[in-house]
Design a protein around this ligand. Structure first.
Ligand code: IMP
Length: 203
């Protein structure tokens, strides 16, 4: 079952987000100098709105690039990530800032740090609008975070549910009861799948 828009409640307002993004921009600009060596890397698609606002809070000399990764749960509990498309420029000797919508399990960011570190940037830092530490499977150093949130599924300001709601100008969270009911249903269907797979042939 896919939750409906009515199952979400406002979590962060447009004003709260805008004020925090301005603060992050000022902090990043103070630390990562000169701005002409700063490459801001947006991780598509979730970072698109945050990226657009954050770069406008940074000095005009920065350059921007994008990459896209997909993650899927494999047989390992950590899941697997791969590039859909990569950066268009070398980052050797540059200050690189990865811009993400949310760090959840940390699997995607861990993969990206390893993949970009071998290209020898001068520095490699992370700015994430949201941090959901309760779900972490991989430890990642989030250098600049907008907000730390509880273990709740969120939409809006770039974050989606099945491709929708990225254009919502604020962030909304799934109702706690609905989220817990969905998780119970998902765990139950996983249990049934495992039992079916485990059945001996001919049973
Ligand atoms: P990871 O689990 O840290 O690897 O996060 C991978 C991606 O999952 C993020 O970049 C988001 O695009 C997506 N994601 C994680 N949590 C949420 C959420 O609450 N709402 C929407 N997308 C999410």
């Amino acid at each position: 079952m896919i939750p409906r828009f009515e199952d979400f409640e406002p979590l962060l307002t447009e004003g709260e987000i805008a004020a925090r993004v301005r603060e992050l921009g000022a902090e990043i600009a103070r630390e990562l100098k000169p701005a002409s060596e700063l490459v801001v890397v947006g991780v598509l698609k979730g970072s698109l709105v945050f990226m657009a606002d954050l770069i406008r809070a940074l000095p005009p000399e920065v350059t921007c690039d994008f990459l896209r990764v997909s993650s899927y749960e494999g047989t390992e509990s950590t899941g697997t990530v791969r590039f859909d498309f990569d950066l268009t420029q070398p980052i050797t000797g540059k200050h690189v800032l990865i811009v993400e919508d949310i760090v959840d399990t940390g699997v995607t960011m861990h993969f990206l740090l390893e993949a970009l570190q071998v290209r020898h940037p001068k520095t490699l830092k992370i700015a994430a609008l949201l941090d959901k530490p309760a779900r972490r499977k991989r430890e990642v150093p989030v250098d600049w975070k907008g907000f730390t949130i509880e273990d709740r599924f969120v939409i809006g300001y770039g974050l989606d549910l099945e491709g929708r709601y990225r254009n919502l100008p604020y962030i909304a969270a799934l109702d706690r009861k609905v989220q817990s009911a969905l998780r119970t249903a998902a765990a139950e269907s996983q249990r049934v799948k495992v039992q079916t797979v485990d059945l001996p042939r001919g049973a």
